[in-house]
Design a protein around this ligand. Structure first.
Ligand SMILES: *Cc1c(COP(=O)(O)O)cnc(C)c1O
Length: 366
């Protein structure tokens, strides 16, 4: 049997991509806010229901630039239960990450723990909508307002996620998306910042293009983080398939949930009725005592059967050498995050995952 990975990229038929390439060759316009770039910004705004989108070459540069755009310094409170890029973006801006613990049911940053971690040096909060599950949006906004802090969401997993019909990207000062090959919506590599006003959009667009505004004016020490025309063209094609892909992911999630609910010691996350989910990941928690096998033993057993699940997010960011020395990285401060990181396993979920393969995976659990 061939290897089944945790994800596999959404790739529309190649012949549908060729006409886009021909247009790029014809125009000889390869990057710097070309036609496809402009069109993709507009179509993403319409699709997601957001005001302004600034496209980026990847999500990490979008995060780094978002912090620059808001001139964040000092300390930022964030979660250890995420992909390393969340905290690396702080490091690259000379900002001290302060880790706070997560909630046991959503795996998202816990607002009460965030409030307790605020110091005179705190300037911002950077929560992550982990696995695309929305953070406690009201609580974070309230804390940000009370303490006069900026609020930047790492929404890399939350493309298309809505609460009560409103995109989660409309909350906070800025949100960032990743369009990496492994994400729900991909442009091979890519990313975006979502912002709420024209002035900020212009500022971010300057920053991602060396700080240029016009031909001879440099308004800020910007970086090069532009999305090119091939990426943008692919994004436009990908958008045509994104709803169908989500439906397939949803069906897979429902199949897993239905089958695994009878397996003692395996716990799935549940859909919230007011949330439109993206089904970007399918995490389960393994209770060693009840299930009779540890998470790592199950992970190995799956590999023996050619199933490559992933232990996202293990190890915690706070346990990597770069961050381990921080006071807030102490496991006593992050007991829930450490506990979840030991128990969690993300199962394969992607549009082309066949019903047979899903059955095979479920059988290994039983
Ligand atoms: C993927 C990811 C990123 C980084 O995005 P890239 O586009 O790969 O640079 C940042 N944060 C989280 C939570 C991610 O999952």
């Amino acid at each position: 049997m061939k290897k089944i990975h945790v994800t596999s990229p959404l790739l529309p038929p190649i012949e549908e991509f060729t006409p886009y390439l021909e247009k790029i060759w014809e125009s000889k316009w390869l990057t710097n806010n070309g036609q496809f770039h402009k069109q993709l910004e507009q179509e993403i705004c319409d699709y997601l229901g957001v005001k302004h989108v600034c496209l980026f070459s990847n999500g990490t540069l979008a995060l780094i630039t978002a912090l620059q755009a808001l001139r964040i310094t000092g300390e930022v409170i964030t979660t250890p239960f995420s992909f390393v890029a969340t905290t690396h973006s702080l490091w690259w801006n000379n900002i001290k990450p302060v880790f706070a613990d997560i909630e046991p049911d959503s795996f998202n940053l816990d607002p009460t723990k965030v409030e307790a971690a605020i110091t005179p040096n705190t300037t911002a909060i950077m929560p992550v909508h982990v696995y695309g599950n929305p953070c406690n949006l009201e609580a974070f906004q309230q804390i940000a307002d009370t303490y006069n802090l900026k609020l930047i969401y790492d929404a890399a997993h939350a493309f298309g996620v809505e609460v009560n019909g409103n995109s989660v990207l409309n909350f906070g000062d800025l949100s960032i998306l990743s369009f990496h090959a492994t994400k729900v919506f991909n442009t091979f590599e890519g990313g975006a910042i979502i912002c709420h006003d024209e002035k900020m959009k212009r500022h971010i667009d300057d920053l991602k293009n060396f700080g240029f505004r016009g031909e001879t004016t440099v308004v800020a020490p910007g970086i090069n983080a532009k999305m090119n025309e091939i990426q943008a063209a692919f994004g436009l094609l990908q958008l045509k398939y994104i709803d169908a892909a989500r439906e397939k992911r949803k069906t897979i999630a429902e199949t897993y949930r239905e089958a695994l609910k009878v397996v003692n010691g395996i716990e799935c996350l549940h859909d919230a009725p007011i949330v439109k989910h993206a089904y970007s990941y399918f995490p389960v928690l393994i209770d060693k005592e009840k299930y009779g096998m540890s998470r790592d033993q199950l992970y190995e057993k799956l590999i023996e059967n050619n199933i490559y699940s992933r232990r996202y997010f293990y190890p915690l960011i706070s346990n990597f050498p770069t961050y381990r020395g921080l006071k807030s990285s102490n496991p006593d401060n992050l007991s829930i995050a450490n506990d979840i990181a030991e128990k969690v396993l993300c199962l394969p979920i992607y549009p082309d995952l066949s019903a047979d393969h899903i059955k095979t995976i479920i059988r290994i659990f039983e």
